[in-house]
Design a protein around this ligand. Structure first.
Ligand code: NA7
Length: 532
């Protein structure tokens, strides 16, 4: 039987939960379809050891409800996955959201019925529903990927992907564990399990510029202050380029005397989180000279912390500082001083295949009991393209994006009326504190729906011209920035299928500008969107 709703939301993570809350506020009937057996999205799937925020907890939480802010207490400055998952359940229970969420329901098809101006969705387990509005809250790092090595299926030991971690704890004691991937996820796993494993072999293709997270419990006094300052913290996040609490010095780095610069790097290194990455100088993302100096500063830290100089050199990244997200670490480098941890540099000896008993590199076979894949995602477009979404004239999103994603403001695609994506391609999410960006997206989309209903419009679709212009603007937004020269990252879909790879998938103009553009477009009666 096909159920009818005003709106269907796909995904019950941070964005989907808030979307449901806002749709209800508008008085609309809505159903959320969620692939997981429970709510939480990213925080449901990524339950690997050491998974935690890289945003300060109080800057990541929802801002929409004062009661929620007052009632919830974060225990740490960067809370771990179990606490974040508990928080999302607390939110869902507090606002009675779960009764409108269907878990275990991965959406397979999303088809536009032109005659009735409705969307029809079907899940893999045969649930069907129709609605006028569809909001895809599927996350930008959800479609996990395994590397394309021969033999991935052949390994007879335990294979784990970080984004599909089992709910029961995995016992690594006495085991020979291999991990592929040294991005933010790999770093969190390595530093957490190194003391427990019998042997841990780290297969590193690219070293990353890690900065200390400096996580610690929130004291009673801090808790009191943070609650008092909650609104100021959100206001600060609205002002900063990336939606974080870190504000860069407004001067260009090289305008500041060297001694002062070095003292600032040290201070930011001590402060932790993304302070050194996002709170540096105003030209940190543009000036090679400034980025190289921070790189030298961090390289020396690595040399100080890793006892074997040869290992230290392998752990020092070769790419420009700041062009990828910086993993937040605690004792990551010290893990490589342990007798049971070994670093394999895949640039020297690439993986040739996975065998039944382990990982084979150009230098020979590494026998293992467990392989952990911390190899990331088909980023940004991945989850949207895994569904079969068909808009006007039966045209699929795959066809529409055959030459790379095209969007207007990152939220709509031409030919797909009344379908919106939260944190889709061409969002500022590249540098964004996710909840801050998700709230911006959700609130704008809900305002669109409200406007349509108040003005008697049935459908809203971006025009092709506005879509082309925004897509171009996103590519241009990265020009002149150092990230533009670092295409080997998920910002450019480096592990995505060919038609997406090599295209800048985000908007690098910053969150304040993005919010301003949203406001201007709405003030001009949704310029660039066709309302019927
Ligand atoms: P990332 O940042 O995409 O990292 C994936 C890692 O996996 C990275 O080190 C990759 O090396 C490595 N990788 C991917 N494919 C391979 C193959 N085939 N062989 C060897 N190594 C491989 O994903 P994360 O999950 O760590 O982090 C994602 C985001 O989550 C992050 O930005 C935070 O915001 C939270 P590569 O660099 O491609 O050489």
């Amino acid at each position: 039987m096909t159920q009818e709703y005003d709106a269907i939301v796909i995904g019950a993570g941070v964005s989907g939960l808030y979307t449901l809350y806002k749709l209800r506020e508008l008085g609309l009937s809505a159903r959320v379809f969620e692939a997981g057996t429970n709510i939480g999205g990213t925080w449901y799937w990524n339950r690997y050891p050491g998974a935690r925020f890289d945003s300060e907890s109080y800057s990541y939480q929802y801002s929409f409800s004062q009661a929620l802010i007052d009632e919830w207490e974060w225990s740490e400055h960067f809370s771990g996955q179990p606490e974040v998952e508990r928080y999302l359940h607390f939110v869902a229970d507090k606002f009675d959201l779960k009764r409108d969420i269907e878990c275990n329901a991965r959406v397979a098809t999303v088809i536009y019925d032109e005659a009735n101006k409705q969307w029809e969705i079907e899940t893999h387990n045969g649930l069907r529903a129709r609605a006028r509005y569809v909001i895809c809250a599927t996350g930008l790092l959800s479609a996990h990927q395994f590397p394309e090595y021969e033999g991935v299926e052949d390994f007879t030991g335990l294979s784990l992907h970080s984004a599909r971690w089992p709910k029961e704890p995995v016992d690594f004691r006495g085991k020979r564990v291999g991990i592929i991937g040294t991005g933010p996820t790999g770093v969190q796993i390595i530093q957490s399990i190194a003391p427990e494993c019998g042997e841990l072999t780290v297969f590193q293709r690219t070293a990353n510029w890690c900065t200390p997270l400096r996580n610690r419990p929130i004291t009673v006094e801090e808790q009191r202050k943070l609650k008092q300052q909650a609104r100021e913290i959100f206001a600060l996040c609205k002002r900063t380029w990336a939606g974080f609490i870190h504000e860069p010095d407004p001067r260009a780095a090289m305008d500041v005397p060297k001694e002062q610069r070095l003292a600032r790097y040290q201070e930011l290194y001590e402060r932790g989180g993304f302070a050194l990455w996002l709170g540096n100088y105003s030209d940190s993302f543009m000036s090679q000279e400034a980025a190289d100096e921070v790189a030298d500063f961090l390289a020396n830290k690595i040399r100080e912390r890793v006892t074997d100089p040869a290992v230290a050199e392998k752990l020092i990244p070769k790419h420009t500082f700041g062009t990828k997200r910086c993993p937040g670490e605690k004792n990551y480098y010290e893990a490589f001083n342990r007798d049971n941890v070994r670093l394999i540099d895949l640039r020297e000896a690439p993986i040739t295949k996975i065998t039944g008993s382990g990982i084979e590199t150009a230098n020979g076979l590494h026998e293992l009991d467990v392989i952990i894949y911390a190899t990331g995602f088909h980023s940004v477009t991945g989850e949207l393209l895994r569904m079969d979404i068909r808009g006007q004239n039966g045209r699929s999103l795959q066809e529409h994006w055959s030459d790379g994603p095209r969007t207007n403001l990152g939220v709509q695609f031409s030919g797909f009326p009344n379908l919106w994506a939260i944190m889709g391609p061409h969002n500022p999410a590249v540098f964004c504190n996710i909840t801050r960006c998700a709230e911006t997206n959700v609130e704008w989309i809900i305002d669109c729906i409200r406007y349509m209903r108040e003005h008697g419009f049935e459908t809203m679709t971006t025009t092709v011209e506005a879509e082309d212009a925004w897509t171009r603007r996103c590519y241009e937004s990265a020009k002149g920035m150092l990230i533009n020269d670092m295409q080997d990252s998920w910002f450019f879909g480096s592990t995505n299928p060919k038609n997406v790879r090599g295209r800048f998938l985000l908007f690098a103009g910053g969150v304040p500008l993005y919010r301003q553009i949203f406001a201007d477009v709405a003030a001009r009666g949704y310029e660039g969107f066709e309302l019927r």
